[in-house]
Unconditional design. Structure first.
Length: 428
């Protein structure tokens, strides 16, 4: 009851629109596909008009191809608008961002495909839709947002930031891993005995599952209702180990900060598109997203960078008719191997994020591993000796002496299979 009361008070303080939008989503989740498409068309007309009127980037883009928002008569008419890639989104942030009258705004940051952060502001209604979409997905598994949970996400080694994060986690009835040492994994795993769900990076869920599976006594004491993986591809080996450890499959949540919640997997194992808030296209299997609620930072026909397979025909036995994403490829979460430990690849993001925050230096980077215990850091720009020292300091903070490294500046960042990755590994 305490955590439920804290949660409800927090929602009122943070964003009262979450509950309003959640109430709508719980009704619309069982609409027919025709109802969902009709709703999408109405919202599409609105967001295109908002983008054209208030975001110079879209004004120029639409005018260049002779498109008017009033041209939209059906969902398929959206293909008249050129797509926008990640580079264009990053380069045109000020020309896309707009203020929405009488609404709060929420600072949002995502690392971007090369480590250069995408920074923008969500308006209050958009934030409300985003959070309500997550909570609706939890409700499919009989999970309340205030239930005790384990969280495998980012962390910051700054003592002050770590303290603030722990305080916020406590208010939200959750606990997380702040270090990926064996001792911390043991401590975190035992805390799961009192948790109802586990969520976060799929590669780290896998690491926890491996430990639990090796300890039958602990396994018997853990009873999770939901294990949600996000931000990385969920490999079949992950699924097998998680089921062996917890007796539950991994549920997938698919989304991005700028795109919102794109899809959420139901208990029957189908990943339903969040059709009330996004239009999803598959252009030669490349996912293209139009966010229907992102009024303050319109996302129109955005190439997210993943490859997907859509299923427009299956009608799920759960009763939800929203279209299904059968497969997502390209969100691969590989491990960095030290001499004695392994590390999640998103550690790289925090190394360079800390450099940007502490020193105001934003670097496009790529890390390459060909040998266990060694990393090569490729930086696009020329670095001063001082900047190299900043990078060295953060590398040592996260990896200590477990990894030797080489920093190479003025490098051309390479792609594999036509898609850029900020971490490239030749190791399994």
């Amino acid at each position: 009851m305490l955590h439920e009361s804290i949660y409800k008070l927090g929602i009122r303080f943070r964003n009262s629109k979450i509950n309003k939008n959640l109430e709508f989503l719980k009704k619309s989740q069982f609409w027919s596909i025709e109802q969902l498409q009709a709703y999408q068309l109405d919202r599409l007309k609105e967001i295109l008009a908002i983008a054209y009127a208030g975001s110079p980037y879209y004004t120029e883009l639409f005018d260049r191809v002779g498109f008017k928002p009033t041209d939209i008569k059906s969902l398929s008419d959206i293909t008249s608008i050129p797509t926008t890639g990640k580079a264009a989104l990053l380069d045109n942030c000020p020309k896309i961002q707009q203020e929405i009258d009488d609404e709060k705004s929420y600072f949002t940051e995502t690392s971007g495909s090369t480590g250069k952060p995408l920074v923008f502001y969500r308006n209050q209604d958009w934030d409300g839709w985003h959070n309500a979409s997550v909570i609706r997905g939890y409700s499919w598994f009989d999970i309340a947002p205030w239930d005790r949970n384990g969280y495998l996400w980012g962390y910051n080694l700054s003592p002050l930031e770590a303290f603030k994060t722990k305080l916020l986690d406590g208010l939200q009835n959750r606990f997380r891993l702040f270090s990926y040492s064996d001792e911390e994994i043991v401590r975190f795993s035992h805390k799961l005995k009192k948790a109802k769900y586990l969520h976060g990076y799929s590669s780290m869920i896998y690491e926890i599952a491996k430990y639990v599976d090796r300890h039958p006594d602990l396994k018997r004491q853990i009873d999770l209702k939901l294990i949600k993986g996000t931000s990385e591809k969920i490999f079949d080996s992950y699924r097998e180990k998680v089921f062996s450890a917890f007796g539950e499959k991994v549920t997938s949540e698919y989304g991005a900060a700028e795109a919102g919640i794109i899809a959420f997997e139901c208990p029957q194992g189908n990943m339903h598109i969040n059709m009330e808030t996004v239009v999803v296209e598959a252009v030669e299997k490349n996912i293209v997203i139009t966010n229907l609620v992102s009024n303050s930072f319109p996302i129109i026909r955005y190439e997210l960078g993943d490859y997907i397979e859509l299923d427009l025909d299956t009608r799920c036995s759960c009763g939800r008719e929203a279209y299904i994403i059968k497969e997502v490829t390209g969100r691969v979460g590989k491990r960095i191997f030290g001499l004695t430990q392994s590390y999640p690849s998103f550690t790289l993001y925090y190394i360079f994020k800390n450099i940007a925050i502490k020193h105001g230096i934003k670097l496009n980077f790529q890390a390459v591993q060909k040998v266990k215990g060694e990393l090569e850091f490729r930086i696009e720009k020329k670095l001063s000796d001082e900047q190299k020292q900043f990078i060295t300091g953060e590398i040592k903070n996260y990896f200590g002496e477990d990894i030797s490294y080489r920093i190479k500046d003025e490098e051309t960042l390479i792609s594999r299979n036509g898609k850029f990755k900020d971490f490239v590994s030749d190791l399994d």
